[in-house]
Structures are given as C-alpha cells and as structure tokens.
Design a protein around this ligand. Structure first.
Ligand code: NDP
Ligand code: HSE
Length: 443
C-alpha cells in the first residue's frame, strides 16, 4: 500500500520527538498502521539548530506553505503553537483536503468548533490526542472508552510545569523561580510560561476535556482561572502540616444540572491518589455515573511522551484510510449538532472549605477581630494555627473553614484586608476533600 506522506510544521520540542519516532520507529509504525508513514517535509523558522535527528530523507524549509502546496502530503502536523499563523495554516490545510494532527490546545480550546466544522465539511479529520495531558491517551478514552457513560466530574492535574514547580517546592523546599527554570530546560513549559503558571494552559485543556466528556462547548475565558504565582513555600509547609498537598487542579462538576468549571491551586488530602502525582506527571480523575471513578496517570509534557501521542493520531489516520475502513468518529465523539455553549455556574456560588492566611500585626485581639468578621459573613472556622512571634515582620494566622460560599469569603477578606492590623493581602486556597459526586460510592 502507498505510504502516508506527512509534513511537520514546527520542529521544536514536540516536533523533534515526532520526527525521532517517525524516523526511528518506521518499521514498527508500518506494522501498526498497515502502511508506511513517511515524514516528507519539515518546516521551521530555524533550521540551523541541531536537534540530534538525521534529516537525510526529509525536505526542510522555513515555509509552512511548502507543506500545504505539496499534493502528495495528506497530513499537516501542526506543532508551532499559538493562535496565528497556526490557525490559518490549519484552515488552509483543511481547505486543501489534508488531515491535521495538532497538540495545540490553545488553538483548539479557542477555535475548536470552527476548525472541527471546517474539517467535517471537507471530510478530513483533526487528531489532537497530544493536546491534553501529553502522553496520557485521555482524548480517546473519553471519546471512545467512556462513550456510554455520563461523566459527572473531572479533577485533573493537567499542567506538567505547574505540577513540577509545586512538587519540587514541596519535596525539596526550593524556590519558585529555580523550579520554573528547570521545567523550561526540560521542555515542559510553553513558549510563554505565564500560560502554565497563571493557569490558562490548564483552562485550555479543561475546555477540551469538557467538550469530550459532556458534548458542550465552554470558552476557556469563561472558566474561572487562578494560577500558582501567589502560593508560597510557607503555604506549602502549612498545607503539609494540616495533612494536605497543594495542586493546580482543573475541576469540572455537574451540580443540579449546572456545570461548574474552574482552575485554581487546591488543597487536597495527602491520602488522595491525586496528591501523589508529582513532577511533570499528569493525572485525570473522572467520575462516571456507571463506571464510578477512573484515573489516568502518566507523563503530561515533554518531547517523547507528547511526540508519542501525536504519532498515535497518525497511526489512527493511516488505519482509517485503509480501503473499507470507516473513518467518521466525530472529533469530540458526538454526532448531530455541534456543541452548544454551556451555562457555567458563577464562581461566587461555589461552596467549599477554605484555607486562609492573614499576615498581621502581632497584637492582642487581632485573632478575635478576624474571626468576628468571618462570623459576621456566616463563615465558620474549623481550626486555627498561629506560630510563635518572629524577630521582625508579620505573624501569619492560618485558618481552615467549614464549608462556606465564595461570595461571602471574598467579602469577608476584603474587610479584613482593610484592617489597620493587616500587613499584607490575605491569601486563600480552596480545599477539596473529595471528588466523588454525592450519591456515588466513594473511591
Ligand atoms: P516549541 O516552541 O519548542 O516549538 C515550536 C517550533 O515552531 C519552534 O521551533 C518555532 O521556531 C517553530 N515555529 C514557530 N512559528 C513558526 C512558523 N510560523 N513557521 C515555522 N515554524 C514556526 O514548542 P513545543 O514543541 O513545546 O510545543 C509545540 C505545540 O505543542 C504547542 O502548541 C504546545 O502547546 C503543544 N504541546 C507542548 C507540549 C510540551 O511538552 N512541550 C506538550 C503538549 C502540547 P522558533 O523557535 O524559531 O520560533
Ligand atoms: N506546558 C504544558 C505543560 C505542556 O507544562 O503541561 C503540556 O501540555
């Protein structure tokens, strides 16, 4: 059978992994696909840098158009990242009747519906297994393995960089900037690492997961998103003392028919499976009505895990293109209307437990003043820690609350932050003691 010819746009971290797998595992991939997969062209702005890959049999260029204009190439592998020009190249490839494989979650989360519709109209496919959780096959699992189930909740650690930073700070007591630098050196971080740290990358992936799990469309900008930049070593130490770990979580729950979707640092019990997911590893803990909880765990970022997920899409395409094989599994796994926009529950309505830290003057009466204000807002305190007096600077009062409403918490902290004894802005971290929806057997 004729080889499937593919072109790669973006020869960076993931692109290099893809090229290595295609060139070094050609025989294995042929057995898996039923035909050869031939990397015909690579386009990248920088063709000088040594990637440790022999490109003798590959045509290289700085122009993605060279791939788009090559009629023999049936698949564009888009690994440049960002919205433009990636979006235009993808649309041009679709218009030229080429399939697309991409790891670009920012693009899919913001413009997925438009791209999937264009692909469907043209009878081509978009593969995006690598766009969520790197090497973990979560896209196919939600679209196919869990197709029969109603997914009631998802809790995910789906940003390798943020998880690497938080776990290294937790285990080694190291500082934020050096942990970020290491994550960048290991190829986990986005070209703009603020996407990792401020939570947008996690929100992009959560939007894609919700599309796959629930068949509705959520714009990433509508997802409440808070990053890890304010979490300090001190909060990590207090969390440990209280029996918790701090993780950047993507959370989605169906509650009373409404969808809750949020991304923020979260304190989770150290005994929960998600608490032991360290370094650049990712995990997705999904609870289905029928299956109950299922958890997926693996490397969520990096050259080879992500490259492997990209190439798995090429294998699927090659298989589907065999004569007589059906190839019409919809991108998100739902037939009929394209996903409708979901109505999201406002964040102010969230009810959960909270960790709070107040940097204040060490003076009699401060603790009772703070607890009085919390009480006035209907917030009940579960426990309090105040460590001994320091040489200089504020003392930190730590409180854990019982379940409280986010709106009340924000109002109360506004009042507390304006007290004359408040030496800095307070910090709060939401606590999730369980991810199992009410009425289901706990894990
Ligand atoms: P890199 O920045 O390492 O690679 C992107 C490459 O694309 C660079 O070599 C860049 O060249 C090149 N490029 C940018 N613009 C153009 C253009 N107009 N024409 C040709 N080449 C271009 O990114 P990654 O490999 O890390 O990420 C690629 C995609 O995969 C992104 O969408 C990312 O979100 C996603 N992803 C990344 C993962 C990871 O672990 N790194 C995991 C999962 C998904 P130059 O450097 O010269 O600008
Ligand atoms: N920057 C992303 C991360 C890459 O750290 O998880 C994987 O999507």
């Amino acid at each position: 059978m004729e080889a499937l010819q593919v072109g790669l746009a973006g020869f960076g971290t993931v692109g290099t992994g893809v090229a290595k797998i295609l060139l070094e595992e050609a025989a294995w991939l042929e057995r898996r696909s039923g035909r050869q997969i031939r990397l015909k062209r690579i386009a990248d702005l920088d063709l000088e840098r040594d990637r440790g890959v022999s490109l003798e049999k590959v045509q290289t260029s700085t122009r993605v158009e060279d791939i788009l204009e090559d009629p023999e190439i049936r698949v564009l592998i888009e690994l440049m990242g960002g919205i433009e020009p990636a979006k235009s190249f993808v649309l041009d490839a679709i218009a030229a009747g080429k399939h697309v494989v991409t790891a670009n979650k920012a693009l899919l989360a913001s413009h997925g519906t438009e791209l999937f519709q264009a692909a469907e109209a043209k009878g081509v496919q978009i593969g995006f297994e690598a766009a969520v959780a790197g090497g973990i096959p979560i896209v196919r699992s939600l679209r196919e393995g869990l197709a029969a189930d109603r997914i009631l909740s998802i809790a995910g650690i789906i940003n390798g960089t943020a998880n690497y930073i938080l776990s290294t700070m937790t285990e080694q007591g190291r500082e934020f900037p050096e942990c970020l630098k290491e994550a960048q050196e290991k190829g986990y971080a986005e070209a703009d690492p603020s996407l990792d740290i401020e939570g947008q990358d996690t929100a992009h992936k959560l939007a894609i997961l919700i599309g796959l799990a629930c068949g509705v469309s959520v714009h990433p900008e509508d997802i409440f998103t808070e990053g890890i930049q304010r979490v300090t070593g001190m909060d990590i130490r207090y969390a440990r003392e209280l029996g918790y770990r701090i993780k950047l979580l993507a959370l989605s729950k169906i509650l009373d028919g409404e969808l809750e979707a949020r991304v923020h640092p979260t304190m989770i019990p150290e005994s929960h499976l998600l608490a032991s997911v360290g370094h650049a590893f990712n995990a997705v803990y999904a609870t289905g009505r029928g299956t109950g909880p299922v958890m997926f765990y693996g490397k969520g970022a990096g050259m080879m895990p992500t490259g492997s997920a990209v190439v798995s899409d090429l294998v699927s395409l090659a298989r589907n293109m065999r004569p007589g094989m059906p190839h019409d599994i919809p991108a998100l796994g739902f037939y009929g209307q394209f996903p409708q926009d979901a109505r999201l529950r406002p964040m102010e309505e969230l009810v959960t437990k909270y960790y709070m830290r107040f940097p204040v003057v060490d003076r009699p009466g401060v603790l009772s003043k703070i607890s009085g204000i919390l009480g006035d807002h209907g917030i009940s305190i579960d426990s309090v820690i105040q460590k001994g007096r320091q040489q200089a600077g504020p003392v930190h009062i730590i409180m854990l609350t019982h379940e409280a409403r986010e709106r009340d918490v924000r109002h109360a902290l506004d009042v507390i932050d304006r007290l004359e004894v408040a030496l800095d802005k307070s910090l709060f971290i939401r606590i999730e003691d369980s991810f199992d929806p009410p009425g289901l057997e706990p894990a």
